[in-house]
Design a protein around this ligand. Structure first.
Ligand code: PAF
Length: 283
């Protein structure tokens, strides 16, 4: 496979995408913060099924990190990321610096309502403003036909869909299934923070969620089932559970039995915060 073209300026990105469009090629985008793993590579593969050209942005977006969060220690490994993108057949890596995305004097933000309410926002109040602002900028800069986001960040996927609908951004959003290791642990760049003993505990998250989702669809009381799940996570070794919650799968409003649902959770292992979610089968 050829190495991807690496571009770090918005002007050069626009020129390249314009050339592709003039040649009649469809363009798919995969927005990332780098530290690529098999989950990201699966998004690239899906992008390549949808379009003739795949562009991957790699930008650790400071506006979605709170001052207390892991912006400084977030893994950065561009050379390795580019190698993986070459293996996957991506055509372009957009790697802007902070000053390209947020030049001095930058003073705007996009705030999405609806699905951004609750869950992550209860614990990371400005997270989705940062995500929505950077995703809107990336879409306006790259003007892709479609973009692929992982279901692992399920609330983010719903927020991005809402953003595109509300702002008439002409980008088709494709949700991709979560990639898991053989024990069910969802791939995440933050797994790199975990030692072997912590990984053993982390792998219990998906088990507890699947068990709880099955109990809910079999008729278990929602409050009891989600409380029991939080207790089971603490017993398994998680230090803290931010939430375990059942929600309607599109709006993320209250879940109603018999309708499509999603069970979402955020937990802490030491200083590492892990999120995951599973479908609540409707029968
Ligand atoms: O999911 C991520 O990696 C980020 O939130 C995103 C969508 C690339 C925006 O910075």
């Amino acid at each position: 496979m050829n190495a991807p073209i690496v571009i770090d300026s918005v002007a050069a990105l626009r020129a390249q995408v314009r050339d592709w469009r003039q040649a009649g090629l469809k363009v798919a985008m995969v927005p990332t913060m780098g530290a690529l793993h098999d989950g990201h590579i699966s998004l690239v593969r899906i992008a390549l099924e949808q379009a003739e050209r795949c562009l991957v942005s790699i930008f650790v977006n400071p506006t979605q990190f709170a001052p207390t969060e892991d912006l400084d220690k977030y893994p950065r490994q561009l050379a390795r990321d580019l190698d993986q993108l070459r293996g996957a057949g991506a055509h372009l890596a957009f790697t802007p610096g902070v000053s390209e995305m947020y030049p001095s004097g930058f003073a705007s933000k996009i705030s999405v309502g609806g699905p951004s309410r609750g869950l992550e926002t209860d614990f990371r109040p400005s997270f989705f403003d940062g995500v929505a602002t950077v995703v809107a900028k990336l879409f306006l800069q790259a003007a892709p036909d479609c973009a692929v986001f992982g279901e692992k960040d399920y609330q983010q996927l719903c927020v991005v869909r809402q953003l595109c609908r509300d702002l008439d951004l002409p980008v088709e959003i494709i949700g991709a299934p979560t990639v898991r290791d053989t024990h069910g642990l969802a791939m995440s760049s933050r797994n790199a923070y975990l030692g072997e003993a912590e990984l053993d505990i982390a792998r219990k998250l998906n088990l507890v969620l699947r068990r709880t989702a099955a109990a809910l669809s079999a008729g278990a009381d929602e409050a009891t089932a989600t409380e029991d799940a939080a207790k089971a996570l603490v017993s398994a070794g998680f230090q803290k559970v931010d939430y375990v919650a059942a929600r309607a799968s599109v709006t993320l409003g209250p879940w109603q039995r018999g309708h499509d649902g999603r069970l979402l959770a955020a937990t802490w292992l030491g200083t590492t915060r892990l999120i995951d979610n599973v479908e609540i089968p409707s029968a």
